[in-house]
Design a protein around this ligand. Structure first.
Ligand code: ATP
Length: 199
């Protein structure tokens, strides 16, 4: 699985639609200070579901939408699509290509899509779980992240190893099953109460 291309429109310093194509191997993004190199990394984090405005280097989520310049009006929305080559079937049962899209309007309305079909953020998180690519994955190592990992608590470091070993998906599914079980037990308790009242 590898990142094939990225389409950005209205995101941070990119008002016009741009398309970046990545070949297999190493890609370097070079440019003068403030030209938008880090914004490209932010767009990948964002499309993968990043919810932390701090991680995205803003104060509120709306800050990811192009805010205008003296020569150009602000945009009403930001949209990013990440195209992934999945020919090696890293993610089974979805096809050779995966396109993930996130769109945010200035009104606050937002959309997520997988291969053009609307979906929930949860679906995107589940799709990339254990691939290392998700929002909490290790495929994007930002500035300071290495120092953060080295200085992290052992339990936090374990999360990274679990994601790499493919365990996090099972841990997530276990937690979800436990949550459903608790809800079912509470419902059962409520039903028993109602039955007792009726008897
Ligand atoms: P450096 O080499 O200094 O780290 P860089 O190339 O990584 O710089 P970025 O941090 O990606 O640069 O981009 C910063 C630029 O993006 C700034 O000029 C900032 O004004 C612009 N920018 C950020 N958010 C927005 C926004 N919502 N609308 C318009 N421009 C924005």
């Amino acid at each position: 699985m590898y990142l094939k291309s990225l389409e950005i429109q209205g995101f941070k310093s990119f008002p016009d639609k741009i398309s970046l194509t990545f070949d297999k191997g190493l890609t370097a993004v070079v440019g003068p200070n403030g030209s938008g190199k880090s914004n490209i990394g932010d767009s990948v984090r964002w499309v993968l579901g990043e919810q932390s405005t701090k991680t995205l280097r803003g104060n509120k989520m709306e800050d990811v939408i192009f805010s205008g310049t003296v020569a150009r009006k602000p945009m009403g929305f930001a949209a990013v699509t990440l195209n992934i080559d999945n020919r090696d079937n890293t993610i089974p049962d979805i096809g050779d290509e995966i396109a993930v899209t996130r769109k945010l309007y200035r009104s606050g309305e937002s959309e997520y899509m997988i291969n053009g079909k609307p979906c929930r953020l949860k679906d995107i998180n589940e799709l990339f779980m254990d691939t290392g690519l998700g929002r909490d994955g290790y495929s994007i190592i930002g500035q300071g992240r290495i120092a953060e990992i080295v200085g992290a608590k052992s339990s936090e470091r374990r999360d990274i190893f679990e994601e790499a070993a493919g365990i996090s998906k099972f841990r997530y599914k276990k937690l979800e099953a436990e949550r459903k079980l608790t809800a079912a037990q509470e419902n059962l308790l409520r039903l028993t109460d109602i039955l007792t009242e009726l008897e």
